[in-house]
Design a protein. Structure first.
Length: 127
């Protein structure tokens, strides 16, 4: 397999924040949870479970700012707010899917490596 490198001379300052955004664990979870269509804020929070309201708000705003998520407010009492992926956000689903599958395929190897490393680290501390 050949690894392809995309040359972006002088543009790392533009690419790094994008990679940081899409590499954020909360952003990835939100994108995956929005894959099937619009979801309300509290439903997203319930599905994720371990995220604070503040962090979810921050993540959604950042994804909206980057053009990956759209926020729609429906006129009702109380107001109904939904979040959905934009076409740009939907284009992220395939790479996330491949990365997720890689993680599933190699989880046992990674856990074994961590256990071996942690055992070696403990021995070095004891010496």
């Amino acid at each position: 397999m050949t690894v392809r490198h995309t040359h972006v001379a002088g543009r790392c300052d533009r690419v790094a924040p994008v990679l940081a955004r899409i590499g954020d664990k909360w952003a990835v979870l939100v994108v995956v949870l929005l894959a099937d269509g619009p979801v309300r804020f509290n439903e997203l929070k319930r599905r994720i479970g371990v995220i604070s309201q503040r962090m979810l708000t921050f993540t959604l705003r950042a994804l909206e700012r980057d053009g990956l998520v759209v926020r729609t407010v429906h006129a009702s009492v109380p107001p109904k707010v939904e979040y959905a992926l934009t076409p740009l956000g939907q284009s992220l689903l395939e790479p996330i899917s491949h990365l997720s599958q890689w993680a599933v395929d190699h989880a046992d190897e990674i856990e074994a490596s961590r256990a071996a490393f942690d055992g070696e680290d403990a021995r070095e501390v004891a010496e």
